[in-house]
Design a protein around this ligand. Sequence first.
Ligand code: GRF
Length: 193
Amino acid sequence: MVLSTGYSKIRTAVFISGSGTNLNSLIKFSKNIKSPISIKFIVSSNPKAKGLNYAKKYKIKKKVLNFKNKNVSEKNLLSILKINNIEMICLAGFMKILSKNFIEKFGGKILNIHPSLLPKYKGLNTHQRALNNREKYTGCTVHFVNSRLDSGKIILQKKIKISKNENLASLTKKVLIQEHKLYPKAILKIFSL
Ligand code: GRF
């Protein structure tokens, strides 16, 4: 993927709503010389998101938007991203659905990480549903974002075995560890294409 940038690294915003462990792994990755991205902005839909602490820790600009009025929040967001010369967005546990208009404004430059082997288990509660269905495997997926939920082009996936005595907590933890590796790998992959 080629982006028209005057900067040496792709100026990236990460959107979160919760604990931000993927955000943390992306920030660490971005500091590696081999990383094509630099995290310049954090957006949270939740003022209490634990992940916002990483903005303070790493001195990254942040904005909290409640998305109660999606139109207003997105308009506000688009101008903030423009002012900050943001060229790419990584969704990481972001619990709001972006409008088609917003997505189109960013062209192909929005990525998401989802805790399942898409196209299986789109939407919420993926691990519980996989456990309920006695799946032998689950996984995680990094994909481009389009206007249909969890349906954009897949960049990379990791298949993960579900153990016999797996429960929701153990599976969530196990998949998250893999997510933290997969997101940076997927970013490296799109920029080496
Ligand atoms: C991850 O499992 C991600 O795949 C999903 O939400 C979770 C966010 O975790 N979309 P975190 O906020 O990155 O810790």
